[in-house]
Write a protein that binds this ligand. Structure first.
Ligand code: HEC
Length: 187
């Protein structure tokens, strides 16, 4: 008998808890949803776009950024504190504290306005304007959400040859240890 009682009261608690959570969510989420106009919702077909964007990135855009931008933005140098070797850095922007790219919106992206010379500073700095084809693929890539397949440079490894270092652990490896007496060759 006594084991019937907890069921309805447990339900009551759950319902009360759920109502509370929902109320808190509504209260918390409402101003968030209403606040920043630039945080527009993802386009409904964003997954498809990002997939196309990643393909375009690996086939075309990646090379343009590496050839034309990385030496000043995350490679040898990081001018204006802008590092575009990762998508995080791209979205964060540099000294301006403004994102360089607004995903899915090329025409609102500062990077696009700079490479098309619609706004200053023109990029790449101190170099010829990118070709129309290069600009077109950057535009499409941003409209597809500006996804990366992987960072533009792998900072974990260097291309320079590392010196071979033999650690104590290596030295302990069986083939490095002196032969035991019993198997030593005699003359
Ligand atoms: C020779 C070096 C150099 C190259 C190459 C270069 N940039 Fe720049 N970039 C700069 C300098 C310097 C600034 C700061 C200029 C200023 O604020 O007047 C800058 C600023 C920027 C900014 C603004 C960052 C911010 O938020 O303040 C963006 C975006 C940018 N570059 C994109 C690019 C892109 C995209 C490429 C390649 C197509 C590129 N840059 C190639 C030197 C370079």
């Amino acid at each position: 008998m006594h084991n019937r009682q907890p069921i309805p009261s447990c339900w009551d608690q759950r319902l009360a808890g759920m109502a509370l959570v929902m109320a808190l969510c509504a209260a918390g989420a409402w101003p968030l949803a209403a606040a920043p106009p630039e945080k527009s919702p993802l386009p409904p077909d964003h997954a498809e776009k990002l997939a196309k964007g990643q393909e375009l990135f690996s086939q075309q855009v990646r090379k343009v950024l590496i050839d034309q931008c990385v030496r000043c933005h995350g490679g040898e140098k990081t001018k204006a504190d802008f590092d575009l070797t990762t998508r995080d850095g791209l979205l964060r922007g540099g000294n301006s504290k403004k994102p360089a790219v607004v995903p899915f919106k090329a025409k609102e992206s500062r990077l696009y306005l700079f490479v098309t010379h619609q706004e200053k500073p023109h990029m790449p700095s101190q170099a010829d304007k990118l070709s129309d084809a290069q600009i077109a693929s950057i535009e499409k890539w941003i409209d597809f959400g500006a996804p990366y397949d992987k960072p533009l440079i792998d900072k974990g490894t260097t291309t320079a040859k590392k010196p071979l270092i033999v650690t104590d652990e290596d030295r302990n490896f069986w083939s490095f240890r002196p032969l035991p007496r019993s198997v030593e060759f005699r003359g």
